[in-house]
Design a protein. Structure first.
Length: 263
């Protein structure tokens, strides 16, 4: 299996990434890549953020972290920790979303890329959540109330991580599927970052913080554009398997059941 070679020069990788972004390949060269972000700064942590970059269809597809996969025998966010790139890609094939390559980032790679960011996101409705006292703490060890109010919020520092990571609603009528609510907020942020020309290659500054495998993994990501569609693998329903609360595909569903994200 082909692998992207790590180099000690993160700046050279970023330069190559930006050069690739200026090219547009023949359609036959376009493939799909899965991007995973670890929940903690460890390769044995859960991959709680999973997005498929489909260059052929010009779209990004978010995969709910709690989606059950038979090939994993658990939620899909356990795939990388248990079987690396191969099992993560196998889990996506089971869902009808084959990918040719994968890039997995440690949490610190994303924190580094966002460390100096300040960005304004639209807020269409009041949102209130319980959030850990620290971004990497457990909710059961203590929580604080965080709120996002219309019409917009300026995000920086921990507020960015609250926006993309909070899952436990503090609303009187919480969303039935908290992970889809979290994904919606992530998509709003990503859309704003793409439109602002954010340099996503900052996540590659330290080669020790990412792992890539497959054909043209980084090249595929360099072709993401602001006009790409944002989608969610959202035709799911909650259930319990082996004592765990998980999501499964709705029975009898034809196709992948992708829902449109924010424009």
């Amino acid at each position: 299996m082909a692998r992207i070679e790590r180099t000690a020069d993160g700046g050279a990788l970023r330069a190559a990434f930006r050069w690739l972004a200026g090219l547009w390949p023949e359609r036959s060269a376009l493939t799909s890549t899965v991007i995973g972000v670890m929940d903690r700064d460890s390769w044995t942590a859960r991959t709680d953020n999973i997005v498929v970059a489909d260059a052929r269809r010009r779209r990004l597809v978010w995969i709910p972290r709690d989606l059950w996969c038979e090939v994993v025998g658990d939620r899909i966010n356990e795939a990388y920790a248990r079987g690396g790139h191969e099992l993560l890609r196998a889990a996506l094939r089971e869902l009808g979303m084959p990918v040719e390559s994968s890039v997995v980032l440690l949490r610190s790679a994303v924190e580094h890329a966002l460390s100096e960011l300040r960005i304004t996101v639209p807020v269409e409705r009041s949102r209130h959540y319980w959030y850990p006292l620290e971004p990497t703490s457990r909710l059961q060890d203590g929580s604080k109330l965080v709120a996002f109010e219309p019409p917009q919020e300026s995000l920086t520092g921990e507020r960015i991580h609250q926006w993309i990571g909070a899952r436990k609603s503090a609303e009187m009528s919480p969303p039935m599927l908290p992970d889809l609510d979290r994904i919606e907020r992530q998509q709003i942020l990503v859309r704003c970052l793409l439109q602002a020309g954010f340099d996503f290659s900052k996540t590659l500054d330290d080669p020790a913080r990412f792992a890539a495998s497959g054909t043209r993994a980084l090249a595929q990501l360099a072709w993401v554009r602001p006009d790409w569609a944002l989608r969610t693998f959202a035709s799911v329903e909650p259930t319990t398997i082996d004592g765990k609360k998980v999501l499964t595909r709705r029975r009898g569903l034809l196709g992948r059941g992708l829902h449109r994200g924010p424009r």
